[in-house]
Design a binder for this molecule. Structure first.
Ligand code: NAD
Length: 257
């Protein structure tokens, strides 16, 4: 991808203290975007380190606190991002997400509510707040990338709430793509396979589960954060200007077989 491809654009990325969010934010910044990057208030120093890394590389970056389960912090983060960078938001990457692994027979109400509150409800209201700005800014338009998972397209053990939330993200992305196309807002879901991050390390270190995942993957390896970031960069790029309402898998072929 060409350096400077996103020059002049403003990107807001949620959940950037590590993992996929950090890699996506760095990729967008390397392509020239000015980046507002968010993190849970108690983890904000991690996002501040990411922002410092971006500024050291010559970019413009700002770390903001955001808990997507709290609509007032969504409003503050979205408005703060736009105000910091000239009133626009061109790209939103809704990356924040959690998982609670439980067999379906044992899923608790608390776990169900937490996973759905972050992964689906919080993601929607962040998209809504940013979408209204994209509708009202001049020129209107923008690109929303919702980080789902292959678990939004297939089922897998011990993650009933997670699969339900990510399936919701995939179809929500289609609904928003349909409704907001009139405002030149593209909305896509990004569906990675397993990536080693703090979220997945316990599972991937389990020889049975880890082996099962690799056996199901024709390319024979996990995805890296950079693999996922490259796909996000594509969706944000001018090359994807006719792409909306899609679920782009980054899965080494898992869903093909
Ligand atoms: N790691 C994988 O294998 C994998 C695969 C497919 C999809 N995903 C998805 O990618 C996204 C990033 O996951 P990751 O693997 O980098 O995990 P991670 O735990 O490293 O990152 C999740 C981020 O979300 C933030 N977050 C959690 N709750 C939040 C809330 N209420 N409000 C705002 N931010 C919150 C965390 O602080 C963290 O920065 C998630 O949506 C996850 O479901 C991950």
């Amino acid at each position: 991808m060409a350096a400077g491809m996103l020059a002049g654009q403003v990107a807001l990325v949620t959940g950037t203290g590590g993992g996929l969010g950090q890699a996506i934010a760095l990729a967008l910044a390397n392509a020239g975007a000015r980046a507002a990057i968010t993190e849970m208030p108690d983890r904000l120093p991690l996002a501040e380190q990411t922002a410092a890394q971006m500024r050291a590389a010559g970019g413009e970056a700002l770390a903001l606190p955001l808990d997507v389960t709290d609509l007032t912090t969504i409003q503050a983060a979205v408005d703060g991002a736009a105000e910091a960078f000239g009133g626009r938001i061109d790209v939103l990457v809704n990356n924040a997400g959690i998982n609670v692994r439980q067999p379906a027979f044992d899923v608790t109400e608390d776990a169900w509510d937490s996973v759905l509150a972050v992964n689906l409800k919080g993601l929607f209201f962040t998209a809504q707040r940013v979408g209204r700005r994209m509708r009202d800014q001049r020129p209107a338009g923008g690109c929303i990338i919702n980080v789902a998972s292959i678990m939004g397209l297939i089922g897998y053990r011990d993650r009933a709430a997670y699969c339900a939330s990510k399936g919701g993200v995939v179809n929500l992305s289609r609904a928003l793509a349909f409704e907001w196309a009139a405002h030149d807002i593209r909305v896509n879901a990004l569906c990675p396979t397993f990536v080693r991050t703090p979220l997945t390390a316990p599972l991937l270190d389990d020889p049975v589960a880890g082996g099962d995942i690799l056996r199901r993957t024709p390319l024979g390896r996990l995805a890296t954060p950079e693999d996922v970031a490259a796909a996000a960069l594509y969706l944000a790029s001018p090359g994807a200007r006719m792409v909306t309402g899609q679920a782009l898998t980054v899965d080494g072929g898992w869903l093909a077989v």
